[in-house]
Write a protein that binds this ligand. Structure first.
Ligand SMILES: [Zn+2]
Length: 276
């Protein structure tokens, strides 16, 4: 499943590739992809709309249209965008297609059927159920060391579970939570409200660092417009993980074997010596 940095890279790439372009016709080919819009409504709201900008909020990709609507898209497990020329057929599992004037089209393909789309009025975007409970973005001014210290105090959950809670911190998934805690040298099992102010300040910096590093790295990769998402997932950055997916391998700092444990059903990786 893509995490925030990968979604950011996909949104940035989509903005470059289709920002400013006009959708002539849109087709919803799997109705359950957009449970709040019928196929007819989907087509009608997108027809002849110009994509002003493609942006991101949490792991949602936002297509800001010039007709007062925004298309919200979530890739979930396996959703991907593909910008295809006329001569290419729609791949299997094409669930939506957006046709442009030059006869190219943007396709949303989703082998595992968990993807999500919704078209909503841009003026009511902040009220959309998918977005309204999300915490501040990690690179926004609202996400400050003070905010982070105070929100940590409100939770008795383990730090790892706290970091995955998108109503507290937006943008950290399983991979980058482990990576940030490693860099900040904090034990993932400590209660969020027991993290000292000094450690909270350090972790705040490391959260930004791991996300920034991943986005910067992804920005250097070659992107295939016909398979945008695959250009980022699990590719380049996975070689740079310090603890994630490295059970029993040596800690890059001290050589101790990396430990994997389950927290709320998900794997956490950490160094028991560096992260006491
Ligand atoms: Zn270590």
């Amino acid at each position: 499943m893509p995490e925030m940095p990968e979604v950011e890279l996909v949104a940035q790439t989509l903005n470059k590739l289709v920002g400013g372009r006009k959708i002539i016709v849109a087709e919803l080919l799997r109705e359950r992809l957009a449970p709040f819009n019928s196929a007819a409504d989907f087509a009608e709201r997108l027809q002849n709309s110009k994509i002003m900008r493609v942006d991101r909020r949490g792991k949602h990709i936002l297509f800001d249209l010039n007709n007062g609507h925004t298309l919200i898209a979530h890739l979930r497990m396996s959703g991907r965008f593909m910008l295809l020329p006329l001569e290419r057929e729609n791949p299997k599992y094409t669930h939506a297609a957006f046709y442009f004037a030059d006869e190219s089209r943007l396709v949303f393909q989703d082998q595992r059927h968990f993807g999500f789309m919704r078209i909503t009025e841009t003026g009511k975007l902040h009220e959309a159920k998918e977005l309204k409970s999300l915490a501040p973005e990690p690179f926004s001014d609202e996400f400050s060391p003070k905010y982070f210290r105070e929100i940590l105090k409100t939770s008795k959950k383990s730090l790892k579970e706290f970091l995955l809670d998108q109503t507290k911190v937006t943008g950290l998934g399983n991979i980058y939570a482990s990576e940030a805690m490693f860099l900040a040298q904090i034990n993932p099992q400590v209660s969020a409200n027991k993290v000292s102010a000094r450690k909270a300040g350090n972790l705040f910096e490391k959260i930004r660092e791991v996300l920034r590093e991943s986005i910067a790295h992804g920005s250097t990769l070659n992107v295939n417009p016909e398979n945008i998402d695959a250009s980022y997932y699990g590719g380049g950055y996975s070689f740079g993980w310090r603890v994630y997916n490295r059970e029993n391998e040596s800690c890059v700092k001290c050589g101790t074997a990396i430990v994997r444990l389950k927290q709320a059903g998900r794997s956490t990786y950490f160094c028991p010596k560096c992260q006491k």
